[in-house]
Design a protein around this ligand. Structure first.
Ligand code: SF4
Length: 374
């Protein structure tokens, strides 16, 4: 049950509808370890529009998964959400301040599965190996939707069929280890979608699969997303998958969002130097066989250290000394649909750069155009 203290103020659009299914505001997730503090998520503000797929991309360790875990309050210890706000706007019901609840509370259990579900990268560790797949799906349905076991079984068969699993009735009694990797991932999707959530968090759901199965799973997810009308936060490091799945893309680097744009715009004109570097690193068809692949120069800094200024400045080919290594750029709009955190587009006071430069104003770095794919 939602308590009064957990009810948040809804942001309502001109047509009277709440536009977003969830809004994250200045979210911080820290891991306090003996060696120091790891700032896995460092001030993320992100909205997910209702019925849309938002892809989150970035290198391993940039905070993509921890952002998704934070929404479910499933950040593993010693990680903790230390600051920020998460407001969920359920289809039926008032908006909810998720972080007002204890992670082990009944309210959080009602949100998990009922309003927000998650598909994990490795279904073998996410599904319980000692219970048949059908029991696990029925448990979720019985907890959130109906107390009638016959009806729950019928719904479980229906959803197993929808994710393309053959002979779903027989599968009710099948254990996870009896299924192939692709079938297990489909069963995981069925489990996540069994209660038609408002928001699905997909954490690298196809990374462990071969490309054929990956394509099938992505098709299933897209079809069901359109049918149920849910939103998806799709976490991946695979830009090809993002191009296929997402409506909007958020690019993360060292726990922060550095660019946010509709998917076509991001691929047509990546703006942030990190996004450009990511695009360059995609292997292209026709690349000579022994040609070296493009890589992003440098490496991620020590996870316990805090980089002053722009987090990307030690690796940025167009960093401006005295500016980028001292001040932190904020995520600001450069067009009505695109936001970027970079001093190439905004001055320190937030005003737009007159003609967003494609070269380093200090003249110390190579032209940004040189960093783009040919
Ligand atoms: Fe960061 Fe400066 Fe490079 Fe922009 S130009 S990404 S602010 S280092």
């Amino acid at each position: 049950m939602v308590t009064t203290s957990a009810v948040a103020e809804a942001k309502v659009s001109a047509n009277g509808q709440v536009d977003n299914v969830i809004e994250l505001e200045d979210l911080h997730v820290h891991f306090h370890t003996k060696l120091g503090v790891v700032r896995a998520v460092n001030g993320v503000t992100l909205e997910i529009p209702r019925g849309k797929v938002v892809g989150v991309v970035g290198e391993s360790g940039c905070g993509k998964s921890q952002t998704a875990f934070a929404i479910m309050q499933l950040v593993p210890p010693p990680g903790r959400i230390v600051a920020g706000k998460i407001v969920l706007y359920p289809k039926n019901g008032p908006p909810v301040n998720v972080l007002r609840y204890d992670r082990n509370s009944d309210e959080m259990r009602a949100i998990r599965g009922g309003h927000v579900s998650m598909i994990f990268q490795e279904p073998m560790t996410a599904l319980n190996p000692v219970y048949p797949v059908g029991d696990q799906i029925m448990e979720a349905i019985l907890l959130h939707q109906t107390t009638d076991k016959k009806e729950a079984a019928a719904r479980a068969v229906d959803i197993l069929g929808k994710v393309g699993l053959p002979n779903p009735k027989r599968l009710l009694g099948t254990y996870p280890h009896e299924l192939s990797g692709g079938m297990r991932q489909r069963a995981m999707i069925a489990l996540a979608l069994s209660c038609t959530p408002d928001l699905l968090l997909a954490d690298e759901p196809t990374t462990a699969l071969d490309v054929t199965t990956q394509a099938q799973i992505l098709d299933v997810m897209r079809e069901l997303q359109a049918e149920i009308g849910m939103s998806i936060l799709f976490v991946t490091h695979n830009l090809g998958v993002i191009a296929q799945m997402a409506d909007e893309v958020a690019v993360m680097y060292l726990g922060q969002l550095v660019e946010r744009a509709p998917v076509e715009e991001l691929f047509d004109e990546p703006r942030h130097p990190y996004t450009r570097a990511l695009m360059r690193s995609i292997p292209h068809l026709g690349t000579p066989r022994h040609a070296r692949l493009n890589v992003i120069e440098g490496g991620l800094p020590n996870q316990y250290s805090q980089v002053p200024g722009c987090a990307f400045h030690p690796r940025c080919p167009v960093a401006q000394p005295g500016l980028c290594d001292v001040y932190q750029p904020a995520l600001r709009p450069v067009t009505p649909t695109v936001e970027v955190s970079c001093f190439l587009y905004h001055n320190l006071d937030g005003t737009p750069v007159a003609a967003p430069t494609q070269t380093a104003s200090s003249g110390t770095g190579p032209p940004l155009g040189d960093a783009l794919p040919a």
